[in-house]
Design a protein around this ligand. Structure first.
Ligand code: SAH
Length: 260
């Protein structure tokens, strides 16, 4: 049974995103920031990146996403991509030859750029790294599964390893979407004027001050009077003081770096 089409000829967001976002073979939009994702699960992209402003940016060609199904580069009839770890131990490791073929194929199709393996052993992702990525030509991202990937691939292609935090995910796909989101939202034209990225947390080394909006009183709680004063200088002073106090209290590591 098929669901009745109520779109009246309009394409749903999902439909209109499809050719560019889900088809690894879609044409290169020359000169446009480009992400190439090597994954066993291409269907989970664009995922959350297809929503809201990053999704609109993708649809409008402000950035492009090409997914590459690692299975296509697999070995033999069953297109195997993994094998048991050398030296023994639990789980499976993604094969060097399979990954090597996939990476070489991707590199032939796009301008040079950093290659990043999402990895809990990597350098923690920072706003500064996101900013630098956004200013470059794009990125090739390798999503791991199982116990991870053969070390020789990392050494051979001089791959950078990036972590999204000190915890272990089942695969690199969520981590890749986190990292891409941080970079893509900084590409000019993606957020438009809707959101200022200048004063937000980490951009200046501090956490952002608290935010308030309507109604002026909610559940007996008032918006801090200074924010209703209309006095721009006082508002700025208050925000700066809050931002510093929050950072000192919650992130002594950031505060120390900010002061030093
Ligand atoms: N055995 C590995 C964990 C493998 S988890 C270890 O102990 O280090 C499977 C995959 O999920 C990894 O290859 C990586 O691509 C991804 N992944 C898991 N946690 C991650 C994290 N914190 N940051 C980025 N990627 C992560």
């Amino acid at each position: 049974m098929t669901t009745p089409d109520r779109s009246h000829g309009r394409k749903s967001i999902r439909e209109s995103l499809k050719p560019r976002a889900l088809d690894g073979e879609s044409p290169d939009l020359v000169g446009i920031w480009r992400a190439d994702i090597i994954t066993l699960f291409p269907d989970v992209f664009p995922g959350v990146l297809g929503a809201s402003l990053t999704g609109k940016g993708l649809k409008d060609g402000k950035w492009q996403l090409h997914t590459h199904d690692l299975r296509q580069f697999g070995e033999g009839k069953h297109r195997n991509v993994d094998d048991t770890p050398a030296g023994g131990g639990a789980g499976m490791v993604m094969r060097a030859d399979v990954l090597g073929r996939a990476i070489s194929d991707v590199l032939r199709r796009r301008p040079p750029c950093p290659i990043i393996y999402m990895s809990p052993r990597g350098k923690p992702l920072t706003q500064a790294r996101a900013q630098a990525l956004a200013e470059g030509p794009g990125v090739v991202v390798l999503c791991g599964r199982f116990e991870g990937i053969d070390q020789r691939v990392i050494d051979h292609f001089q791959i950078e390893e990036i972590s999204v935090g000190d915890y272990v995910l089942s695969g690199g796909e969520l981590a890749a979407q986190v990292m891409l989101d941080t970079a893509v939202r900084l590409i000019p034209g993606v957020l438009g004027n809707q959101i200022s990225t200048e004063h937000e947390s980490f951009s200046n080394g501090l956490l952002e001050h608290p935010q308030y909006t309507r109604p002026p009183v909610w559940e007996g709680r008032e918006i801090p009077a200074v924010l209703m004063s209309g006095h721009h200088g006082k508002v700025e002073d208050w925000q700066k003081q809050q931002s510093e106090a929050l950072t000192q209290e919650r992130r002594p590591d950031l505060w120390e770096a900010f002061e030093g």
